[in-house]
Structure formats: structure tokens, C-alpha cells
Ligand binder design. Structure first.
Ligand SMILES: [Zn+2]
Length: 142
């Protein structure tokens, strides 16, 4: 669902660290959720609300501006495994930047379990949240 990605990018461009962190927490929660979220769409039909399908543009844009957010999303993609591979494969190989592919390959080769794979929000906070005062590009808010 792209609304969360748009919210994240808007919050990031405004330097609203807490909003970025809140969105990260929702993505993390969704990863560990075992039942799908069902919500009505624009015409009232109940559909599965999956906001872990990321737009290639969003992922291609992120590493240039947000190191912490990009690290989180790489770990999230690795944790999603086959599910991430399926929706990434829906897009052409030209859609994903070379940098994204290389970063993902490097992350896949790392044998460590990432904080994303833990349910504990404190691990996510420590590893990825922006409110600690780092991660954002200092020029992004000026
Ligand atoms: Zn935090």
C-alpha cells in the first residue's frame, strides 16, 4: 500500500522523525502479523490491506536521503523472503536500481539475524529509529 510510503516520504522531507519512526513501527508490526488486515476499498469492497508491497521508486529514492530507513527496509525485505521476491519480480529488472540490488545481495549474504526479525520494538527503535538524531541526511531538512 503506497499511502504509507507517501506519508513516510512527506514526513522525511519535513524532518518529522517521529512520524518516520511511527511508520517504521507499523511496517514492523505488519511483518509479524499472522492474519491479513481487511479494509474496505474506495467502493466499499473488503480487500486485503498489505502495506509491505513497496514501490520501486520509493526504494530507489530512499538510500540517497535516509540511511536508517533504507537499512530498515533492506532488513524487512530479507525477512519477507519469498513474499518480497514475488512482488519484486512483478516489476521489470530495469525498475530496480543497481544500488538496491547490490545492497540487497550484500544483506542476504550477511548471516546475522536483523532487529527486524525480532518482535521487540526496542530492538527496532535502537537500530532504525530517527529520533536518536542520526540517519537523516542533514541537508534534507534545510
Ligand atoms: Zn524509538
Amino acid at each position: 500500500m503506497q499511502d504509507f510510503q507517501k506519508l513516510y516520504m512527506l514526513a522525511h522531507s519535513l524532518g518529522s522523525n517521529d512520524v518516520c519512526d511511527m511508520v517504521i513501527d507499523r511496517w514492523h508490526e505488519q511483518l509479524h502479523r499472522h492474519t491479513p488486515r481487511i479494509c474496505p476499498d474506495a467502493v466499499g469492497l473488503n480487500i486485503e490491506f498489505d502495506f509491505l508491497k513497496f514501490d520501486p521508486f520509493f526504494l530507489n529514492h530512499l538510500p540517497k536521503h535516509d540511511v536508517m530507513g533504507f537499512g530498515f527496509l533492506l532488513d524487512l525485505l530479507v525477512a519477507l523472503g519469498e513474499r518480497a521476491w514475488e512482488w519484486m519480480s512483478e516489476h521489470t529488472s530495469r525498475t530496480w536500481s543497481k544500488d538496491i540490488k547490490l545492497a540487497l545481495i550484500r544483506r542476504l549474504q550477511c548471516p546475522q539475524i536483523s532487529p527486524v526479525q525480532e518482535k521487540d520494538l526496542r530492538a527496532v527503535c535502537k537500530a532504525y529509529h530517527h529520533h536518536h538524531g542520526f540517519g537523516l541526511d542533514p541537508t534534507a531538512t534545510s
